[in-house]
Design a protein around this ligand. Structure first.
Ligand SMILES: NC(=O)c1ccc[n+]([C@@H]2O[C@H](COP(=O)([O-])OP(=O)(O)OC[C@H]3O[C@@H](n4cnc5c(N)ncnc54)[C@H](O)[C@@H]3O)[C@@H](O)[C@H]2O)c1
Ligand SMILES: [Zn+2]
Length: 385
């Protein structure tokens, strides 16, 4: 445990029935007149954007839609959107999307009107401060990006994804409205839900775990373990979908105060090199990393069991920690998510490069309670090849 720790939270968060209707009040209180709306083509196609625009039309503001954000963008692609937003001269940014859209919006909020670029922030993430306030409306459940100070961009020349962390990127407003995730296609609901699961369990078993992050990580974990399958598989499961939105938000808060560990560290090269979606690469690595970590993390996993399922009489730490692992494995199986890299074009010839790239993600590897050596990383990748 760290002896000092902190928590940065979004200023105002709305959830529950018709949460989106708060939009007009938010814009009025900000005296906003010119809004940049960040989204992507998949969200437009799904009809989700329309829902928000209906509320936006009621507010007396002009807005422009920036919808050419691609999933898991490179820093150059983000720079293009940031420059377009800057030319527009928005006084408020609304992000309607998954992590890719929200991360792009966060970078625009600190870069618009500054003399810095995304590339500059890769070198020195704190060089720029908030210029435009943001409202995040997540459409996946999810990255929790609506809560975190992180923005992840792909850096093709290094074949890596890199996290830019700046507390000024924490959003000012968040709206969690279940209608945004109501019709999520199963593969996206499943993989983004597993991403939230990884955030919760990694943050709880991280070297940076602390009382603040534990509160959010455990509540997130409990909600995910109880809701993820129904939320992903049943279109009518309104309550479960809302619970997943809340759980991914909580897991985002846990990231802010604690940090993810070896699942995310070893996952970054899979996104950067092979363009495997973030949630899928995490789902592939979750069980091998958890099995690797179990001997050291078993007391934490047993505590997580007690919180999520209540104390089980006659069951020892080992039993509880094994149960947590088997429940996570069951979720990956039930949601039919890939559990290996077969089919993603990764071969044995790639192993050395993968290990080298994974071992460079020291920001997250250092959070892993069990030290990960180069040989350990090789074994973990080998398990999923
Ligand atoms: N900032 C953070 O704290 C943080 C945390 C974890 C991951 N990330 C980053 O977030 C990105 C991944 O975000 P993501 O997993 O949310 O996916 P995404 O934003 O990349 O979107 C994936 C796809 O889902 C579609 N989609 C999103 N919502 C939809 C909806 N409601 N209906 C239909 N289609 C929908 C999009 O159009 C897109 O095609 C990665 O770059 C990852 O590294 C950031
Ligand atoms: Zn993640």
């Amino acid at each position: 445990m760290l002896s000092s720790y902190s928590l940065v939270l979004p200023n105002k968060v709305f959830s529950g029935e018709e949460a989106l209707s708060q939009l007009c009040g938010i814009l009025a209180s900000e005296k906003s007149k010119k809004v940049a709306v960040f989204t992507d083509s998949g969200i437009k196609k799904a009809g989700v954007l329309e829902l928000v625009l209906n509320y936006l039309d009621k507010a007396e503001v002009v807005y422009e839609i920036f919808d050419d954000i691609v999933p898991e963008p490179t820093y150059m692609q983000v720079q293009q959107i940031v420059s377009n937003c800057e030319s527009y001269g928005a006084d408020f940014i609304i992000a309607i999307g998954g992590g890719s859209v929200m991360d792009t919006a966060k970078l625009a909020s600190v870069l618009s009107g500054s003399s810095y670029t995304v590339k500059d922030l890769l070198q020195n993430p704190l060089s720029s401060s908030k210029k435009i306030k943001t409202l995040m409306i997540p459409t996946t459940a999810g990255t929790g990006a609506e809560a975190t100070p992180n923005a992840i961009v792909a850096v093709p020349e290094e074949q890596l994804k890199v996290g830019i962390v700046n507390p000024d990127m924490v959003s000012d407003y968040v709206i969690l409205d279940y209608r945004m995730v109501e019709n999520l296609p199963l593969p996206i609901a499943a993989s983004t839900g597993i991403d939230a699961l990884c955030h919760a369990i990694e943050c709880f078993t991280s070297n940076k775990a602390n009382p603040f992050s534990d509160l959010f990580a455990l509540n997130s974990l409990s909600l995910i373990l109880k809701n993820i399958e129904k939320a992903s598989l049943d279109r009518e499961a309104k309550k479960e979908k809302e619970n997943m939105l809340i759980a991914s938000f909580y897991a985002g808060i846990a990231i802010t105060s604690s940090g993810t560990t070896a699942v995310h560290a070893l996952s970054y090269p899979l996104g950067g090199r092979y363009h495997i979606a973030h949630g899928i690469s995490n789902a592939i690595l979750l069980m091998p990393v958890m099995r690797f970590n179990e001997d050291v993390c078993s007391p934490r996993l047993a505590d997580a069991y007690d919180f999520c399922f209540g104390e089980a009489s006659g069951k020892d730490e080992k039993w509880k920690s094994s149960y947590m692992l088997s429940r996570m494995g069951e979720i990956v199986k039930n949601l039919n998510i890939p559990t290996s890299l077969a089919g993603f074009g990764v071969t044995l010839d790639d192993l050395d490069d993968l290990v080298d790239a994974g071992m460079k993600v020291t920001r997250l590897l250092n959070n892993n309670m069990k030290k990960v050596s180069k040989e350990d990383a090789r074994k973990i990748y080998m398990e999923v090849l």
